[in-house]
Ligand binder design. Structure first.
Ligand code: ADP
Length: 504
């Protein structure tokens, strides 16, 4: 039972293979015409040979029929008169010759359906009632080929084409022109046709076997050659998979292989980029986490190396150590937030939320920091906005953007937050009068750990992860974030988020 299922599965796999299909197609396309051709040639020969034989014999029979009429054979075949006896002998000889020539039998039947002459000499005097003979008496020549018995049966009317001299014929035997006096029923053997056909068939069969062998070889070669590029693609991919090579592969034989290989190369490139970014990320994380640790170690070491250090120095160094620990904490918190967002399976906690209230709350929390830097924070809301969002993530977005605008601002500067909506989206715009972002940095600000000015950013407590988190959160809501900035003049971030959450 199991082996049968395996056999069927194997057959299916065979037909699912391109190589097997090409092989079968070439085989069918090559063999079918050659078989059809053989049958066509043999059948055509048979038809033509039989047709030709029928015409030939019929012509002979017609000539003979004229002789019969000319000699009043049918009227006088019983007559003992010497003249008739002579002419009967002549005609009988002609009939004999004809039947010998075509390996056949000729019977002459008179109006009373009686057999007058039979070249086989066995049916003379008998009555023949056959459909063909009766049809012939009605003026219809018939020819019937019986291939299974190997003969052709013909009927030829013996017609009185000239008015006969009534004086010479017996009483009541007056014949009119075009009157059918009798019928010749002839059967001829088709042995020679059959023999030729057999020879033809044998030769064609041999030729066919030769052709089939050539076609099988061609099908094999074609199917191998045509599918070779696909094997090459698999080989090249396997090499990359096994790690022997990480170069782009190239199999330019077909447009199709070029497409497959292009798609694979793009995938390879993406995977390489992902791997590179992962390595870079790990390197960056290690570096960022190491920096505060190094500072802590330097501070602690210098305290330890000083004997009897004053209490104020201890206090000052401890404060520095605490701020380094805070920074380390901040980096770890940001990293955790980012990693959480990277998880695909992570579900958003979507709820209908009053965005105006959320913005007010966030600004209230950030105003003390702004006040410290003497930065004025203005909030303008064009209309009340209710949207389906994840509260925690949208809070992160707003906090990060406003915090950055305060952090990277000038003294006595301002931050303006503008909330607006249309029937599809709400927009949250944060503009500031800050230091701005250089044009060549604009493309990088969303990268993890990217900071325009490392020392400045570090001074004000940046980790370089805030905008990466912000962009992730916006994209998770199927929104967009854009930035416009002029160095020394200020920056403006515009966030656009659908009012109704679109789940994938
Ligand atoms: P960080 O934690 O360093 O602020 P972010 O990812 O939030 O990191 O920002 C990346 C960099 O983009 C910052 O280091 C800063 O140089 C620049 N940046 C972000 N927001 C502003 C802004 N409003 N004005 C000027 N520069 C900004």
């Amino acid at each position: 039972m199991n082996t049968k299922i395996w056999e069927k599965l194997e057959q299916m796999v065979m037909l699912r293979s391109l190589r097997a299909r090409i092989f079968v197609i070439v085989l069918v396309v090559g063999i079918v015409p050659s078989v059809v051709m053989r049958y066509g040639i043999v059948n055509n020969y048979e038809e033509r040979a039989v047709g030709h034989r029928i015409t030939e014999v019929q012509n002979q029979l017609m000539i003979l029929a004229n002789h019969l009429i000319g000699n009043n054979y049918l009227m006088n075949y019983m007559s003992e008169e010497q003249t008739y006896r002579n002419s009967k002998e002549v005609i009988d000889a002609e009939l004999e010759m004809l039947s010998n020539l075509y390996e056949g039998r000729v019977m002459i039947i008179n109006k009373n359906l009686k057999v007058v002459t039979d070249t086989y000499g066995i049916s003379e005097g008998k009555t023949i009632i056959s459909e063909e003979v009766i049809k012939c008496f009605q003026g219809q020549n018939t020819a019937h080929y019986a291939p299974e018995f190997g003969y052709i049966e013909l009927t030829t009317p013996i017609t009185n084409t000239v008015a006969t001299n009534t004086a010479n014929v017996g009483e009541g035997a007056k014949a009119d022109a075009n009157q059918i006096q009798g019928v010749m029923l002839t059967s001829i053997a088709t042995t020679s046709i059959v023999e030729t056909m057999e020879i033809l068939n044998r030769k064609a069969f041999l030729l066919e076997i030769l052709m089939i062998m050539i076609i099988i070889a061609c099908a094999w070669v074609l199917s191998t050659v045509l599918t070779k590029p696909f094997s090459r693609v698999t080989e090249a991919i396997n090499e990359v998979k096994a790690g022997y090579s990480d170069e782009s592969i190239s199999v330019p034989d077909y447009v199709e292989t070029v497409h497959i290989v292009d798609a694979f190369n793009q995938l390879l490139k993406r995977m390489k980029a992902l791997d590179d970014s992962r390595q870079e990320f790990v390197a960056n994380v290690s570096h960022e986490l190491k920096t505060p640790m190094t500072s802590i170690k330097v501070l602690a070491d210098s305290l330890l190396s000083q004997e009897n250090a004053p209490a104020e120095l201890y206090r000052e160094f401890m404060e520095d150590i605490v701020s380094e620990i805070d920074r380390e904490n901040q980096i770890i918190t940001d990293l955790l937030a980012l990693v959480k967002m990277d998880k695909r399976a992570q579900e958003l906690n979507i709820a209908s939320l009053n965005i105006n209230e959320l913005a007010e709350l966030i600004l209230k929390r950030l105003r003390p920091i702004a006040r410290k830097k003497d930065v004025e924070v203005v909030f303008e809301s064009i209309r009340p906005v209710i949207a389906e969002v994840d509260e925690v993530k949208i809070s992160l977005v707003m906090t990060n953007l406003v915090e950055n605008s305060i952090k990277y601002n000038k003294e006595h500067g301002w931050v303006k937050v503008l909330l607006d909506a249309d029937h599809q989206y709400f927009t949250f715009e944060v503009s500031d009068s800050g230091i701005g972002i250089p044009e060549d940095s604009l493309a990088h600000i969303y990268e993890r750990f990217y900071r325009v000015d490392k020392s400045h950013s570090r001074e004000i407590g940046g980790t370089g992860l805030g905008l990466a988190i912000t962009k992730n959160a916006v994209l998770m809501h199927r929104g967009s974030i854009t930035v416009t900035s002029r160095e020394g003049e200020g920056t403006s971030f515009l966030v656009k988020i659908p009012l109704n959450y679109i789940s994938s």
